[in-house]
Write a protein of this length. Sequence first.
Length: 647
Amino acid sequence: MKKTCLIAGITLLFGLTFIRDGLADEGISEGPEGSREHQLLEGRFRAGQTYVPGEIIVKFRPSVSRAAIDRVNSRFGTSVFHTSQFAGFRRLRIPAGMTVAEMVEIYKAEPNVEYAEANYLVYALWSPNDEFYSYQWHLDNPEHGGVGMEAAWNTSDGSGAIVAIVDTGIAYEDYRESFWTRYEQAPDLAQTCFVPGYDFVNDDPHPNDDSSPGHGTHIAGTIAQSTNNAIGAAGVAFGACLMPVKVLDSTGTGTHADVADGIRFAVDHGAHIINLSFGGQQPSTTLESAVTYAYNHGVTMVAAAGNEGLSIINYPAAYDQYVIAVGATQYDETLAPYSNYGPSLDLVAPGGNLGLDQNSDGYGDGVLQQTYEKGGWRRISWGYYFMDGTSMAAPHVSGVAALLVAAEVATTPDDVRAVFESTAQDLGAAGRDNKYGWGLVDAAAALGAEPSPSPPPPPPPVAAFSGSPTSGEAPLTVNFADQSTGDITSWSWNFGDGATASQQNPSHTYNGAGDYTVTLTVTGPGGSDTETKPDYIDVKAEAASTMHVENINMTVTRSFWMWAWVNAAVLITDSSNNPVPGATVTGNWSGAYNRTGVYGTTGNDGRITFGSSLGSGTFTFTVTNVSKSGWTYDPLKNKETSASITP
């Protein structure tokens, strides 16, 4: 049976004091964490769901107009209720009677859709426990399990680095939302630096933690708990600034849509590192696009591997190229039984195991940080909680990444990864293996690594370009795409017909037939470079355009008993089915109304309407000829030459 006790005045590293009234420790079962993290409280989603019911994510191609998007959605009975201002995808409500899978396939078949998918759910990878008050063996200890923080702090405390915690929010401010809802800043985060974040669950600028106990707040403590302040616990990079980005609700559940927006927000607002202590087993274009965006903008991402004890890594950690996947070790530096592993695993870090007491301090070996519980009558109870899980392992790596960035040992995602791989404490099989990745993160060794070399100077300008199309009939307009590399300051184009341009991506129209040599000259700090493409543009003599009858639309304008008046609307189009204005159409009426040789000229919409006189019976209109200067009438391509109607 676990103990309930009162502890006061225990001194931790750096003279820190651990003070907390005893709390009951009943009610949380121990065992593999993966079975507990999905036991959702009453919230937005039902336990076991893998995606949001009743909606899909759709990204239309950039060239598609709003009107065209509205037409597609109207055709399928969907409605847009959210458009991402960061990635441009839309969340659509699907019609009753249709499944998410059916609507995804329908939208995938649309030519104007870039991708369509379910809005998958992710779950916080953690398990709370009511046991408290122990040393932070996971930071530094003389025997096992620590990440070597005492020596590392002599080099860096993370000052100048910004770490975004994309999670359930952080208890970072005193804020009253309403009479019934208020938030408090964690006492042991009072001296921690914060930069503005955002709440994508509630769509407001107050990303406060409303989970209980606070998942995001516990993670924030591991990364940057206020340190050397005579209370509580220490953080890995206590000099770093934290950016709270809330994408998980009070039950620890979130969507790929919110996660993607949260990642992009963090990137766009200056984060150097993003901690992602959640995961799910479904990949998605929405999520992969977000982590790709962060990687391409030089932001290091660290994610939890998952708590199912399986040989697969959860997403987003499984995106090998972009994200550092972190598994969890227990006190004796062996892999925790709940930790996922496999080919995508990069590192391991202390995640703890509440089912063991290997350091014999009377408590399960969890990771200790300050967080809170919610009580009745809006009461918030602060304490120091042991938690275990890969959610607790990932922030150790994020914190050390902040130390590396702040000390300028490594600043890009690839450099940070390389430092971790070369300095991790090798565990298991020699070198990288699927159980421990490259090994246990070692902060002191990482900070002792050689700083990343300064980037080489930019290459000299290299002129390169393309045009599309490069041949065709006059007049021919070509949109040139400059593909030069380096720091270009000016462009000079010569199109071979005497015309020039000095912009980066110009457009030019060739009016005469012939072959044209095109030359591009670019200038940068390193000098100038020129590329010439002889006979690059092949312009043919202008060919005569052809036209034909697309259709004849017969309508009744007025009727009186057996008598009526009707109209015949004739549509003339070219070989590409575009309307042809200014074409003279000649035709004959027969049947109920007889008249030959009627004619008229098509308008801008390519149509001409012929009206009849009063008649009884069947009205028939027949096109006999179409003419226009410079155009050829091709009767063989006519879709329709005669049409009838009987009122």
